[in-house]
Ligand binder design. Sequence first.
Ligand SMILES: *[C@@H]1O[C@H](CO)[C@@H](O)[C@H](O)[C@H]1NC(C)=O
Ligand SMILES: *[C@@H]1O[C@H](CO)[C@@H](O)[C@H](O)[C@H]1NC(C)=O
Ligand SMILES: *[C@@H]1O[C@H](CO)[C@@H](O)[C@H](O)[C@H]1NC(C)=O
Ligand SMILES: *[C@@H]1O[C@H](CO)[C@@H](O)[C@H](O)[C@H]1NC(C)=O
Ligand SMILES: *[C@@H]1O[C@H](CO)[C@@H](O)[C@H](O)[C@H]1NC(C)=O
Ligand SMILES: *[C@@H]1O[C@H](CO)[C@@H](O)[C@H](O)[C@H]1NC(C)=O
Length: 178
Amino acid sequence: MGKLSVRANIAEIAMSLLVLLCVLQRSDGTKEKTTHLHFYFHDRLAGINATAVAVASANVTSATGFGGVVVLDDPLTEGPNVTSKLLGRAQGLYAGVGQEQHVLLMVLTFVFQTGEYNGSTLTMVGNDVIFNKVRELPIVGGSGVFRLARGYALLQTITAASSPGNATVEHNVTVYHY
Ligand SMILES: *[C@@H]1O[C@H](CO)[C@@H](O)[C@H](O)[C@H]1NC(C)=O
Ligand SMILES: *[C@@H]1O[C@H](CO)[C@@H](O)[C@H](O)[C@H]1NC(C)=O
Ligand SMILES: *[C@@H]1O[C@H](CO)[C@@H](O)[C@H](O)[C@H]1NC(C)=O
Ligand SMILES: *[C@@H]1O[C@H](CO)[C@@H](O)[C@H](O)[C@H]1NC(C)=O
Ligand SMILES: *[C@@H]1O[C@H](CO)[C@@H](O)[C@H](O)[C@H]1NC(C)=O
Ligand SMILES: *[C@@H]1O[C@H](CO)[C@@H](O)[C@H](O)[C@H]1NC(C)=O
């Protein structure tokens, strides 16, 4: 066989694979969707009905909370007022990972409890530089409606008391899923 026919064979194989891929995609029938979510997250680290608890701290003096670990189960609401409609909960933990800046490593699963999203989850992992005006955190996966999710969340703190205290954080989430 000459060089030309080898090339022709490769092209033929590539074409067959392409056709096979198209057929598979069609028979599967699923298409990626984009969903936008908007909600407020309320973290109450102290006092009556606290939703977050400090579980560990390092034996260091740190103005930035470096070495501290907090576990949380925070309500997610439709509006900035904690008494507005409950949409779900954020369950997970954050750790102080910045020695010079207030940086929290967030590991959270958002569990939605309303309508078509009831029982579906989104998991977010990333570093949150909490005193920056707008932050971005990656969505790394999900379940239920959000199975195979990927995307990102934009965060903005609406109110924050000095630590330990309360914070309300607005989230705009863009999620790609099937
Ligand atoms: C704490 O939660 C209970 C039950 O949800 C509620 O009745 C009470 O008003 C809350 N207290 C405060 C200070 O938020
Ligand atoms: C905490 O650190 C100080 C100073 O480094 C040390 O003296 C002390 O033993 C440490 N405490 C614990 C519980 O490790
Ligand atoms: C939140 O809503 C409650 C009633 O549901 C109201 O009493 C309270 O003033 C509101 N808080 C803010 C900050 O708007
Ligand atoms: C969500 O699902 C649970 C169990 O599957 C059910 O008990 C609950 O009523 C549902 N809530 C809403 C708002 O659909
Ligand atoms: C979220 O989206 C709303 C509406 O577009 C906008 O007003 C708000 O500033 C956004 N917040 C963040 C943190 O992106
Ligand atoms: C946090 O919020 C709760 C209930 O809204 C309130 O009782 C408490 O005083 C607040 N704590 C701080 C530090 O603002």
